[in-house]
Design a protein around this ligand. Sequence first.
Ligand code: SAH
Ligand code: SF4
Ligand code: F3S
Length: 441
Amino acid sequence: MENKKYYIITYGCQMNLHESEKIAGILSSMGYVLAENVKQADVIVFNTCCIRENAEQKAEGNIGALKQLKKNNKNLIVAVGGCMTQQKGYAEKLHKEFPFVDIIFGTHNLENFKVMMEEKAERKKTLIEVEDGNEIIYEGTPKTRSSYPNAWVNIMYGCNNFCTYCIVPYVRGREKSRSPKDILSECESLIKEGYKEITLLGQNVNSYGKNTEYGDFPELLAKVAELDGDFRLRYMTNHPKDLSDKLIDVIKSHDKICKSIHLPIQSGSDKILKAMNRHYTKADYLEKVNKLRAAVPDIAITTDVMVGFPNETEEDFEETFSVMKEVGYAGAFTFIYSRRSGTPAAEMEGQIDEETGKKRIMKLIAYQNAFNRKTSKNYEGKTVRILCEGYDDKKKKYLGRDEYGRMAYFDGTEKVLGNFVDVKIVKAGGISLYGELVKGE
Ligand code: SAH
Ligand code: SF4
Ligand code: F3S
């Protein structure tokens, strides 16, 4: 009788999602296949995020909920990895609270995950391995990619920016860049394998290559964009302070680079930006936006915005709101500031109450939703090039995005999956678009 082994794995942000693809790759190399549900799983991996308190609470709730399952199935392996486990003293706390967790591994120990899994088969004790040692970049970790026709490619790890609210530099360590040779050869293979969209990943891609002989980010981006093949290119995230004219030139002069950029502003108030340690003012930010639009007039700009940072007054918040209105973002991820212990902002006086945070964020969300509905209308009657990413079972339609990141739904046959197609937009429904296939089957 066939004796298959099954795994389930969670993820946090895109970077962490790609790490989940590596963990899945390791598990696949050990004979595991993806489970359809938690009950079927022989190993459950939580690849956690701790950027905000609610992400952490949710993960802890999900881990706690496995206690009974663990009792009923003695062979089930529960592993917890990711950013949460890299916080000071957290691994020990987790072990104490959830002693049934078998493996606790940090973000720098992915390569050891296989060894830990093998070791676990022979030992009962919880294995804990969370270290800082992120000096080495391991190449060649197997990957089981889960987002065809898109592929994530790490270009760098860690962050040196120490925005005062953010835990990432503490749990991810310092910036280190992958070599262009490794990045380019990975991209080349992906294109040969049929991937149609590559997203270069880093906490701050604009500081790629600093303190190395690798060249800078615009040079790397140009090299990837000049590879042969029918694909498009994205990259994230961009720190406004490091967005250079050279990068804008590269975006402008390469068709394969999507006319879309994620440029987190966080706040529109100079006082708050300073307290956040962001190294730019509202005016600096708007100047970069203007330069981008002068070079690539139809570029879609998306952003991250935070409300409720310590000492944010109503006037500070209004500055943020005014930037949102001035820029006209194609999309905005909005967050209420979450106090992360160990960060400088957590120690600041003037923490803002939750109600104020909620009130402010609602105003931003309402504005952005209305703005998206308005810009959606401009699409009606237009034909757009869509990369078909999948099929929506509920809507019974195929779906994909244009280069600006706008989602469109349309009827078609299986042949459209993973291909570029032309879709004529007939109806704008909220932020999403509905259209008819014109060409591409
Ligand atoms: N490196 C990326 C972002 C990583 S985290 C960048 O700098 O753009 C993604 C977003 O989470 C951030 O842009 C920020 O808006 C938000 N974020 C980070 N720390 C947070 C905190 N303590 N509370 C609320 N939101 C936070
Ligand atoms: Fe966090 Fe700032 Fe680094 Fe982004 S750039 S990961 S917000 S410290
Ligand atoms: Fe990503 Fe969350 Fe870590 S945003 S880098 S998984 S803290």
